[in-house]
Design a protein around this ligand. Structure first.
Ligand code: ADE
Length: 242
């Protein structure tokens, strides 16, 4: 997979791509990633990327020209009147609190693309023509407002890249984790069996695999019911629809 990030702060991604799973994915040739500075696509002395909104109102907006020029530098000329789909086989993701809520399902869908382009928003947002003409997916990582789209882009990229074949080792299996099965994970323990007066539940030391499975299922269900009843409700309504 190829990932390009359009940002005002490309250096923020240096550390992200040089550690842990991202580093591994790049080393194995599964991922090619680069962060591009939108200011490199400006033509004035101050390398201006923002301007006041037409019609007035607070704050500044990201100007369309640096974004369009950055995309053309990456992908070639954008044909007029195409909408989002100027980028066949690719997806252009804009990170914004106005976007659709990010989910494991969305991560899976994005992981099927061969090329993802991320636009990290700043200021009060971006000129709507960028969204209309280029963006295929508007994503929010939660109902809160961050200072920019860089951290949300890292969140989305992390969730997507770990799904790519060969990134996780076999021991880091993906199939049994939270959200894949619509349940949160059961509690886990490692050695020592007793630590500072806290003992690992006896069943886990019993060697009785059936009992362990049963205990884990119960714990996962209880935890989900307590912390995320919305997940169970969603599952119920899905299984009730004819
Ligand atoms: N930019 C600022 N806040 C954001 C959020 N919650 N999700 C995505 N992009 C954002």
């Amino acid at each position: 997979m190829k990932i390009d990030i359009l940002t005002l702060f490309p250096e923020m991604f240096d550390s992200f791509f040089s550690h842990s799973m991202m580093k591994r994915a790049i080393k194995k040739g599964i991922l090619r990633a680069s962060a591009r500075n939108l200011r490199d696509f400006t033509h004035d002395r101050h390398r201006t990327c923002d301007d006041k909104p037409f019609g007035g109102g607070p704050g500044m907006l990201m100007k369309p020209e640096p974004v369009f020029e950055a995309v053309e530098a990456l992908l070639g000329k954008i044909p007029p009147r195409t909408r989002g789909r100027a980028l066949t086989g690719r997806r252009f993701v804009y990170l914004t609190p106005q976007g659709e809520p990010f989910s494991q399902q969305k991560a899976k869908a994005l992981s099927r693309s061969r090329h993802l382009v991320f636009l990290c928003g700043h200021y009060e947002g971006v000129d709507e023509r960028v969204i209309r003409r280029l963006v295929t997916d508007e994503i929010s990582i939660g109902d809160y407002v961050l200072t920019g789209g860089e951290v949300p882009a890292m969140v989305v990229i992390d969730a997507v890249v770990r799904l790519l074949k060969g990134v996780l080792g076999s021991e880091e299996s993906k199939s049994f984790e939270s959200f894949s099965h619509n349940l949160l994970e059961y509690p886990q323990y490692t050695r020592p069996a007793s630590y500072r007066g806290m003992r690992v539940p006896e069943v886990l030391l019993s060697g009785n695999h059936q009992a362990i499975e049963r205990w884990r299922r119960q714990e996962a269900a209880q935890r989900t019911l307590k912390r995320r009843p919305d997940i169970l409700k969603k599952q119920e309504s899905r299984s009730c629809t004819p």
